[in-house]
Design a protein around this ligand. Structure first.
Ligand SMILES: *[C@@H]1O[C@H](CO)[C@@H](O)[C@H](O)[C@H]1NC(C)=O
Ligand SMILES: *[C@@H]1O[C@H](CO)[C@@H](O)[C@H](O)[C@H]1NC(C)=O
Length: 458
């Protein structure tokens, strides 16, 4: 219909605007700083280009895609003396290349994926086989962060989809073996709390550290997501993954899910040494989508009920803010007396153009066809346009979602805005259900799509 096409075109416009800023002021560098009209460098790998490839393909922006491909072919080199974060490089770079290879069938992307995959392997040479967080892709050396020998739990358990797919495509089992070993170790590890996991794991001992703190937000989030998604990727045959996922959802329901006192908004809080903290990161808004995906794949119907309730809460985290944009962290009011359900601490009022709510809206729309999810998404896109769009090119993260007059731009456009947020908007508004059909593809935690493996002949 006319409205659908207008919304899809608005997403393309947003992408073109973001891309223009990147091209004019940051080309070949990791990220655009759209206010100062310069770039930010993290690993020096042109992250925004690699993260955006499959989005451009899906949006049908063939000219932009051709420029990006050209850069990958002629300029991108991984033979660099640079420390990269294993997780971020896996989900953005390896993930982006593998996904683009699938969509285009262009060998260039598979060759580049093999190159970076091989260069990340030294990270796994640790006493415990739990990988280090950082690896030098030029020298082939790896190390933990300077201040600790711990790795973040979500980081070591959210690289599996990518390494497994790389093994399948190259027929070289080494990638799959190292990441499966991590899952095996974590599966057996004591210290879980009804399936919930601590946020850190030690690379020497292979044991959890900083025990007793449980969150679905930063440092744990995608552990849960990848349990389900690996199970789906592999054709629903790996029972340990399913068992751990089902147990974790029960743990979430038992220990972390609460409702606000007045508006009855369902949220996922945190547990810190048995004390409940009614605080939820925007990152947790991946969960309604993941729960819905599980239910779609035959898991209990009450997962879907929880997804519907959490989706409403994530929507309210946008709607109740003056800019229509969610803060990074929300606090919830368990009391019935005072009317406010959500409040935001001054230090938590930033918005980084994150994708998780749009991502979940996409899953919810695909599985329910309820158009309210599209309308909620449309409001979010309009709010990004109204408060984060930078004249001249690019979008910026902001410091204050509660101030319409001065949202206080932070001068940074993360690569995930193009790689994830805009892609999920497009998929949410598109009527084409064959476009990355969720029975054929599984998305990694950076919105890059991998095929669900064909089942072996029975
Ligand atoms: C964005 O701004 C336009 C133009 O001022 C306005 O019509 C629209 O309602 C705004 N959208 C949102 C979600 O704030
Ligand atoms: C990409 O994934 C789809 C869906 O699973 C599959 O049918 C197709 O063969 C894959 N393409 C390539 C180039 O591997």
């Amino acid at each position: 219909s006319g409205r659908t096409e207008a919304r899809l075109e608005a997403v393309r416009d947003a992408f073109r605007h973001a891309w223009k800023g990147y091209k004019d002021y940051a080309w070949g560098h990791d990220e655009l700083k759209p206010i100062s009209r310069t770039f930010g460098e993290w690993f020096g790998l042109g992250l925004t280009i690699i993260d955006s490839l499959d989005t451009m393909w899906i949006l049908g922006l063939r000219e932009e895609f051709a420029e990006a491909r050209d850069w990958i072919e002629k300029e991108l080199s991984f033979d660099k003396n640079v420390d990269v974060n294993l997780f971020e490089t896996t989900i953005r770079v390896l993930g982006g290349l593998l996904s683009t290879y699938n969509l285009t069938g262009d060998q260039l992307f598979l060759d580049k994926a093999k190159d970076i995959g091989a260069r990340l392997m030294p990270a796994f040479k640790t006493p415990s086989k739990i990988p280090f967080s950082d690896v030098n892709i030029g020298k082939g050396t790896a190390h933990p962060p300077r201040w600790t020998s711990d790795s973040t739990l979500a980081e070591v358990t959210s690289i599996q989809l990518e390494f497994r797919e790389l093994s399948r495509l190259t027929q070289d089992p080494q990638y799959q073996e190292v990441v499966n070993e991590v899952m095996k170790l974590v599966h057996k590890l004591p210290g879980k709390h009804d399936g919930l996991v601590p946020m850190f794991i030690n690379t020497n001992s292979g044991q959890f550290t900083h025990k007793g703190v449980f969150t679905l937000g930063a440092r744990a989030d995608s552990y849960y997501e990848y349990l389900l998604k690996q199970w789906i990727q592999g054709g629903k045959m790996e029972d340990d993954l399913l068992e751990d996922y089902l147990q974790a959802v029960e743990g979430v329901k038992k220990h972390l899910v609460r409702q606000t006192g007045s508006g009855r908004l369902t949220f996922v809080g945190e547990l810190s040494h048995t004390r409940f903290n009614p605080k939820m990161d925007h990152l947790v808004c991946f969960l309604p989508g993941t729960l819905a995906l599980g239910a779609h794949n035959g898991l209990p119907g009450d997962h879907m009920d929880l997804a519907v309730q959490l989706m409403e809460t994530c929507h309210q985290m946008y709607k109740q803010m003056e800019t229509g944009l969610s803060p990074e962290i929300a606090h919830f009011n368990l009391q019935a007396s005072d009317g406010l359900d959500i409040f935001v601490k001054p230090a938590d009022r930033h918005n980084l153009l994150r994708p998780e709510t749009v991502e979940s809206l996409f899953y919810m729309y695909r599985f329910t066809k309820d158009t309210k999810y599209r309308d909620w998404g449309w409001n979010i896109l309009e709010s990004f346009n109204n408060h984060t769009k930078v004249p001249g090119g690019g979008y910026t993260s902001i410091n204050n979602v509660r101030d319409i007059e001065n949202p206080a731009p932070r001068d940074k456009m993360e690569s995930f805005f193009l790689g994830e947020t805009l892609k999920y908007f497009y998929l949410l508004f598109s009527d084409d259900m064959e476009l990355l059909n969720l029975d054929k593809y599984v998305f990694n935690t950076e919105a890059h799509a991998f095929p669900i493996w064909p089942s072996p002949p029975k």
